[in-house]
Design a protein around this ligand. Structure first.
Ligand SMILES: [Zn+2]
Length: 190
């Protein structure tokens, strides 16, 4: 077993020369990120278990607080991740709800940001509904960053404007601003 010896949660204070065990190097990185302040998902090549990896670099002070953490993800989280990665998202609503329940905020933003355009388009009604109705400001900000993708891609932009136009819910500021950006972009391309 490659990952059998790893506990469910592990962290190393890299600012004080601690390192994660060598076993971690045998896990396969999904997105191949290895940058400071980044996250990745790692897969155990032996049993297929998924892990969430974070690098947390402290930009201030001596850097002694720098750390790396690795967390074993529960099966509910693998299912959502795999469905997002493979574009098997149904109408999008149940998958988005499962992602909100089972993935950390950072991992959810990353996984949603990595969707291809066709998966993104399938997810758009669910994402827009959440964007318009979310009371949680940080989530709304993350959704704004994600939905900026519609601005420069014509079929996605038309779809966003149609979804927002059909909503009976009052539009929050960021949703309105994205409408303005889309309309300005549409004028530019005319
Ligand atoms: Zn394993």
């Amino acid at each position: 077993m490659t990952c059998g010896a790893l506990p469910d949660s592990l962290s190393a204070n890299t600012g004080r020369s601690e390192y994660l065990p060598d076993t971690v190097l045998k896990l396969k990185r999904l997105w191949n990120t290895s940058f400071s302040n980044d996250l990745d998902v790692m897969l155990c090549p032996t049993c297929g278990a998924w892990f969430e990896w974070h690098d947390e670099t402290a930009w201030t002070g001596s850097g002694n607080g720098d750390s790396e953490t690795l967390k074993r993800l529960p099966p509910e989280a693998w299912v959502v991740l795999e469905r997002l990665l493979h574009g098997d998202v149904g109408d999008g609503f149940a998958v988005l709800e499962a992602a909100r329940t089972h993935l950390s905020d950072d991992l959810r933003s990353r996984a949603l940001g990595r969707m291809n355009d066709s998966t993104f388009e399938t997810m758009l009604p669910a994402l827009v509904e959440r964007f318009i109705t979310t009371p949680y400001d940080l989530e709304n900000l993350a959704l704004y960053g994600l939905l900026r993708r519609v601005e420069t891609r014509e079929p996605l932009r038309a779809r966003y404007l149609a979804l927002v136009g059909a909503s009976t819910h009052p539009l929050p500021a960021r949703a309105k601003y994205l409408v303005e950006l889309c309309e300005a972009e549409a004028r530019k391309q005319r």
